[in-house]
Design a protein around this ligand. Structure first.
Ligand SMILES: [Zn+2]
Ligand SMILES: [Zn+2]
Length: 165
């Protein structure tokens, strides 16, 4: 959503508020596979002594793919965003600064960028997810698969010892 800042850009102490459903599709990747509607972004742009300050609270339920078992699971997030808006791109190496397009700012671009910067690149459905068996591909969260004993070198050696006795 493009926010119109004409009313506040030259008036210290003024501000505009927003409450809308941001488009996060550009933040999706192999591990962050979807976003469940509704997504909500509530915030404001304020002119504080001549500096434009963008703040937002974003609430979304992400659909993530577990890095170990590959199952999709839902992951609710709350992301607070605080950033500064500038008029020209003279200070390009400044972090956490977004630039105006004329008297407008693209709120989706800020929210998407902050999402990419702040989200994990790797998700686990739970800290102790057991993942998939490397051999047969079974989901080990649902119980051990048949091949576990065969592949364990320690147990195989023990089996040989027992045979010799
Ligand atoms: Zn998992
Ligand atoms: Zn297996």
């Amino acid at each position: 959503m493009r926010l119109d800042l004409r009313e506040i850009i030259n008036i210290p102490g003024s501000g505009v508020t927003f409450d809308y459903e941001p488009d996060l599709t550009e933040a999706l990747n192999d591990s962050l596979v979807g976003v469940k509607p509704p997504v909500r972004a509530v915030g404001s742009v304020r002119n504080i002594a001549g500096v434009l300050s963008f703040s937002a609270e974003v609430d979304a339920v992400l659909v993530c793919s577990c890095a170990r078992c590959l199952k999709d699971f839902e992951y609710p997030v709350h992301l607070p965003i605080e950033t500064t808006l500038k008029e020209s791109e003279n200070d390009e190496d400044e972090p956490d600064v977004f630039f105006l397009e004329g008297d407008f700012i693209d709120a989706d671009e800020i929210i998407t960028t902050e999402f990419i910067l702040n989200m994990d690149q790797r998700f686990l459905c739970s800290e102790d997810c057991r993942g998939l068996c490397e051999k047969c591909g079974a989901d080990l969260n649902e119980g051990p698969c048949g091949c576990k004993l065969e592949t364990d070198p320690g147990l195989a050696a023990l089996g040989q010892l027992l045979e010799h006795e």
